[in-house]
Write a protein that binds this ligand. Structure first.
Ligand SMILES: NC(=O)C1=CN([C@@H]2O[C@H](COP(=O)(O)OP(=O)(O)OC[C@H]3O[C@@H](n4cnc5c(N)ncnc54)[C@H](OP(=O)(O)O)[C@@H]3O)[C@@H](O)[C@H]2O)[C@@H](O)CC1
Ligand SMILES: Nc1ncnc2c1ncn2[C@@H]1O[C@H](COP(=O)(O)OP(=O)(O)O)[C@@H](O)[C@H]1O
Ligand SMILES: [K+]
Length: 476
C-alpha cells in the first residue's frame, strides 16, 4: 500500500520526530536521499551541471544541502535564489562545497543537465509567484531533467489541485510519506515518477493514512479465490441490467467485464439477450424485469440502458447495487440513502457534475472534493472515473487513488467493462470500497498491458486482457 498524508499530519509527525533527534537531522536525511536519487538519475555526477531553484523555506534548504552533496562529488552546482529569504546554513554548506550563486539564472539553465525544483514544498500556497514563473518556464524549456523536491512547486499538496502555474517535473523525490497531491490529477501529472525517501517519519505518522493507493500485493489479497467446496452460486451471481435497442454493445461489454470478475455466474437482464449470447454463451439471460430474473448477489445497472426500466427495481433489492451511466441519470440521494445494502456509484466527471449540479470542469479541477461530496450526499461508495480514478466510502475510510491506467482508456465502452468487473467483485463478496478499487486497478492494468506497444486499445481489448492483469497481480 502506498500511503499519503496531508500537510497538517506531516507537520505534526515531523514535530514529534524532531523532538527526539538532533537539530537538522531530518533535513540531512532528506538531502541525502535527494542527492542519492539525483546521482542515479544523472549516472555520471562528476562534471554534471546542476541548477538549484531555491525558495525561501526548508524546501530550499533540502535543495541546497543536496546541491552541496552533489558539488562534493564533482558536479558544477549553481543556486538560483527565488524567495525573499534563503536557508542560510544550506547556502553556506553549498558554498563550502564549491557551489556558487548564479547572477544569470537563464544562462545557468540553458547549460543545465539537472534542475532541482526547491521553490516550495508543503509550505507552498497557490501557484508559482510571478517572479518565479519565467525561471520555471526556462527550466522546463531546457534540456535538463527536472526533479521536484518533495512536491512540484505550485501544486496543492493536500488536494492535487493546480490553481496557477506549477513546474512540471520529470521526477519527484518526496520525503517521509506521499502527499495526496502526488496521487491525484491534475497535480499528479506534474510530479512525473515519484520516489519516496524514508526519513524515519513512519514512527510518528498515524497508522491510518489520509489517502492510499493499492499496489499489486494489496489487490492480490482482495481478489476472490474459489475453494474446493465452491459452486457457482457460492462464488456469487452478478446480475447485469444494461443495454438497449440503441446500445446493445454496452450490455455485451458490461457482461464481458462481469465474466472476468470472479463471480460464479453472470445473469444478463434486458433487451440485448441475443447480442450477449452471440458473444458469451455462458451468460444466463432473462428479458426482465430484474426481480423475475432469479436470485443474484449483486446488481449492475445502467450501461447503455437509455430509457429502459430496471434501475428502480434493482435499487429496491436487498443486495449490493452498482449504478453507472444511465443508471445515474436523475438519481436522487433519497433513493440511495434509504437502502440497507451497499450502493456503489461509478460516474465519470460529466455524470458527477450532473449529480452535483456543477460544471464538468469543476469536477475535473477538484476531484477529491467531488468524490467526497458525492459520497456524503448519497451515503454511498463512489468511484469517480477519469485520469485519476478515486474511490471514497461513506464510512470515512481513506480515499483510494488508482495508480494504474493510461489515457488510452478514454475510449468508448471501457467504462461499461469496468462496471461489470466491479459488480462481479461485489457479487463475489467484496465490500464496495474494495470491489471498486480492485476493479479500477485491474481495469487500468489491463489497459496498460494492452497498450504496451503504444497502440490504441478498444474496450473489447481491455476486457479480454483482464485475465492477464489478474494473473499479473496474483503471481508477484
Ligand atoms: N515536514 C517534514 O517532515 C520535513 C520537511 N522538509 C522540507 O521542508 C519543506 C517544508 O518547508 P517549509 O515549511 O519551510 O515550507 P516551504 O514549502 O519551503 O515554503 C516556505 C515558504 O515559501 C513561501 N511561499 C509560499 N507559497 C509560495 C509560492 N506559491 N511561491 C513562492 N513562495 C511561496 C512562503 O514564504 P513567504 O515568501 O510567504 O514568506 C513559505 O513560508 C518540505 O516540503 C520539505 O522539503 C524536510 O527538510 C525534512 C522533513
Ligand atoms: N485521461 C484518462 N486517463 C486515464 N483513464 C481515463 C482517462 N479518461 C478516462 N479514463 C478511464 O476510461 C474509462 C472511461 O469510462 P466512461 O467515461 O464511463 O466511458 P464509457 O461510458 O464510454 O464506457 C474509465 O475507466 C476512466 O477512468
Ligand atoms: K518543490
Amino acid at each position: 500500500m502506498r500511503n499519503a498524508h496531508r500537510v497538517e499530519t506531516v507537520r505534526a509527525a515531523e514535530a514529534a520526530l524532531m523532538a527526539r533527534l538532533p537539530e537538522g537531522a531530518l533535513m540531512q536525511r532528506a538531502a541525502a536521499g535527494l542527492a542519492a536519487a539525483c546521482c542515479s538519475l544523472l549516472g555520471r555526477v562528476y562534471g554534471a551541471r546542476v541548477v538549484l531553484l531555491v525558495g525561501s523555506g526548508d524546501n530550499g534548504g533540502d535543495t541546497l544541502y543536496a546541491g552541496a552533496r552533489l558539488a562534493r562529488r564533482g558536479a558544477g552546482v549553481t543556486a538560483v535564489p527565488l524567495g525573499a529569504r534563503v536557508h542560510e546554513a544550506g547556502l553556506a554548506a553549498l558554498r563550502a562545497a564549491g557551489g556558487r550563486v548564479s547572477d544569470d539564472p537563464f544562462e545557468a539553465l540553458a547549460a543545465a543537465d539537472l534542475v532541482l525544483d526547491g521553490i516550495t514544498g508543503i509550505g507552498g500556497r497557490g501557484g508559482l509567484r510571478p517572479e518565479a514563473v519565467p525561471v520555471a518556464r526556462a527550466a522546463r524549456g531546457s534540456d535538463a531533467v527536472v526533479v521536484a523536491v518533495d512536491l512540484p512547486s505550485g501544486i496543492d499538496a493536500d488536494t492535487g489541485e493546480v490553481s496557477g502555474e506549477a513546474l512540471r517535473a520529470d521526477a519527484t523525490v518526496t520525503f517521509g510519506t506521499y502527499k495526496p497531491g502526488l496521487l491525484i490529477d491534475p497535480a499528479r501529472e506534474y510530479a512525473g515518477a515519484v520516489r519516496l525517501v524514508d526519513i524515519g517519519l513512519g514512527a510518528t505518522l498515524p497508522s491510518v493514512p489520509d489517502m492510499e493507493a493499492l499496489q499489486h500485493e494489496d489487490v492480490a489479497r482482495l481478489l476472490p479465490v474459489p475453494f474446493a467446496s465452491s459452486d457457482k452460486y457460492r462464488r456469487g451471481v452478478v446480475g447485469v441490467v444494461a443495454g438497449s435497442a440503441r446500445y446493445p454493445g454496452a450490455a455485451v461489454l458490461a457482461v464481458a467485464g462481469a465474466l472476468r470478475g470472479g463471480a460464479g455466474a453472470v445473469r444478463y437482464v434486458g433487451p440485448a439477450t441475443d447480442a450477449v449470447l452471440a458473444r458469451f454463451p455462458e451468460t444466463l439471460v432473462h428479458p426482465g424485469p430484474p426481480e423475475k430474473a432469479g436470485r443474484v448477489q449483486a446488481w449492475v445497472a445502467g450501461p447503455g440502458l437509455g430509457d429502459e426500466p430496471g434501475v428502480a427495481e434493482v435499487l429496491a433489492s436487498d443486495v449490493p447495487v452498482l449504478l453507472d451511466a444511465d443508471g445515474l441519470r436523475d438519481l436522487s440521494p433519497e433513493a440511495v440513502r434509504g437502502r440497507a445494502a451497499p450502493t456503489l456509484l461509478t460516474p465519470h466527471a460529466g455524470e458527477a457534475a450532473a449529480l452535483l449540479g456543477v460544471e464538468r470542469a469543476e469536477v475535473e479541477a477538484h476531484r477529491l472534493w467531488a468524490v467526497r461530496e458525492l459520497t456524503a450526499r448519497f451515503g454511498a461508495t463512489v468511484l469517480l472515473k477519469g485520469s485519476t480514478t478515486l474511490v471514497a466510502d461513506p464510512d470515512g475510510a481513506p480515499v483510494r487513488a488508482n495508480p494504474t491506467g493510461t489515457p488510452w482508456l478514454a475510449t468508448a465502452g471501457s467504462g461499461d467493462v469496468l462496471s461489470g468487473l466491479a459488480g462481479s467483485l461485489l457479487a463475489a463478496g467484496l465490500p464496495a470500497r474494495d470491489a471498486a478499487s480492485a476493479a479500477a486497478y485491474l481495469h487500468g492494468l489491463a489497459a496498460r498491458l494492452t497498450s504496451a506497444t503504444a497502440t490504441p486499445v478498444t474496450a473489447t481489448d481491455v476486457a479480454a486482457t483482464l485475465p492477464r492483469a489478474w494473473s499479473d497481480v496474483t503471481t508477484v
